[in-house]
Design a protein around this ligand. Structure first.
Ligand code: HAM
Length: 417
């Protein structure tokens, strides 16, 4: 019997993790510079939270949730982070503590999708949510932050697509318009789309089925049915982006796959690197009705989440800062405890240190030091112990010198230059 990771769920091995750290660091720094504070919510929530907030007739809720029952409770592995953040916002009465909350999160999400490059069953998102600010300036600031972050990361060809889905009244009106447009073509739709025609025709717009895509050609444009307040919000947002000089493209067909959105929607796409068809790096929008819908006060909200695997596919190598590494190679049992002491002293001086305690030959210890990418190797055997000295090998310069034991830590810490 051989064990393998679950399909669509990947190991991230130590030699890949440096790129993850660099990406996560850039995200955290950017979010914190914009006043966001980190929140960590559980990876499991009551199923009903996702059904209520994401929407019963979305792909995520209909087909993609990992749901299980435990002691008669129905629980679900979170397919996204917004519902949990909103639940925490309501549960902890955050609105009573501050008028505006800016939260960010990083972590694994779970969707039972068909795995392919850029689409996994466990994947990592980094996201931000703002609660309590209804204005288009905050939408513009968020989109500008994302464009800036992708630029800083060096993701090429990023395009910010922006649309609006209006408020509840606009959406009801648009649903009716869309239903009237699609009803005569019901026979051409996929079975799944036909079943959604009454309950949620908007979802047909983002169907991947070519029959549905053909039927949607020439569909009425939601931007044409926005009411006055929705239109004013959308135009103010575009005005702010124009004055910031933030590039964007208006996409009148943007609908997004989750039902909680109101007004502003956006997606950032790229064709860079090894991204294939899964080229949406980041998606988000406003969801002004969710907090009230979850039993909280009427607090408006906006947010986004980006898929970290997809961004890493879009990026080439990321230069992670390298710290000086030193391997300590004791020759013989007596030298081992001195080597452990030296290892500790090196780390206290900020040097990454590794003590090779395997009792192997010098050649094998040097090979390992090389494999670790160590700059230095300190060799100490019985003869050196007698003299209170060590041999310091500089593996980059291919030199060796004997130093007093008391001097070697300072020499290594200062000598990586
Ligand atoms: P979403 O569009 O479902 O939105 O996901 C956001 C991003 O997560 C996508 O653009 C993609 O990069 C990544 N992603 C989604 N599914 C997968 C997958 N199966 N494998 C790899 N990456 C994936 C949300 O999740 C919303 N919660 C965003 C949001 C926050 N809206 C408001 N606040």
């Amino acid at each position: 019997m051989s064990y393998r990771a679950v399909k669509g769920m990947n190991d991230i091995l130590p030699d890949e993790v440096a790129r993850w750290h660099a990406l996560e660091r850039a995200f955290r720094e950017t979010a914190e510079l914009h006043g966001y504070a980190e929140i960590r919510t559980p990876v499991v929530e009551g199923t009903e939270l996702f059904v209520r907030s994401i929407g019963e007739t979305t792909d995520v809720v209909e087909k993609e949730m990992y749901t299980f029952s435990h002691h008669s409770e129905s629980l679900t592995l979170r397919p996204e982070g917004t519902a949990g953040a909103a639940r925490a916002y309501v549960e902890h009465k955050a609105h009573a503590k501050e008028p505006v909350s800016r939260w960010y999160y990083l972590g694994p999400m779970f969707r039972a999708e068909r795995p392919q490059r850029g689409r996994y069953r466990q994947f990592y998102q980094a996201g931000c949510e703002i609660f309590g600010d209804p204005g288009p300036a905050c939408d513009a600031e968020m989109i500008d932050m994302l464009v800036g972050l992708f630029r800083r990361l060096g993701v090429a060809d990023v395009v910010a697509n922006i649309g609006s889905i209006g408020g509840a009244a606009t959406r009801d009106r648009y649903r009716a318009v869309l239903r009237d447009f699609l009803a005569p073509k019901a026979g051409e739709l996929s079975d799944h789309a036909r079943a959604r025609l009454d309950a949620n025709p908007l979802r047909i717009l983002d169907s991947k089925d070519p029959r549905d895509q053909a039927a949607c050609q020439g569909a009425p444009n939601i931007l044409d049915v926005l009411d006055e307040a929705d239109r004013a919000h959308f135009e103010a947002l575009l005005g702010h982006l124009d004055s910031l000089g933030t590039p964007y493209v208006v996409d009148p067909l943007l609908v997004r796959g989750l039902d909680y959105y109101t007004r502003t929607l956006f997606e950032l796409k790229s064709s860079a690197g090894e991204l294939g068809s899964q080229n949406t790096l980041c998606g988000g929008g406003r969801y002004d009705d969710m907090i009230r819908g979850l039993g909280g006060p009427a607090v408006p909200a906006i947010g986004f989440a980006m898929g970290l695997e997809r961004i890493l596919l879009a990026l080439g190598p990321i230069d992670a800062p390298k710290r000086t590494t030193c391997s300590v190679a004791p020759m013989g049992a007596r030298a081992v405890s001195k080597a452990l002491e030296l290892g500790r002293a090196l780390r206290e001086a900020g040097v990454v240190a590794d003590v090779d305690g395997r009792g192997n030959s010098l050649k094998s210890m040097l090979r390992r030091a090389d494999g670790l990418g160590a700059r230095f190797c300190i060799v100490l055997g019985d003869a050196e112990l007698e003299r209170g000295a060590v041999q310091l090998k500089d593996l980059a310069q291919h030199t060796q010198e004997e130093l007093p034991m008391a001097a070697v830590v300072a020499r290594v810490a200062g000598g990586a230059g």
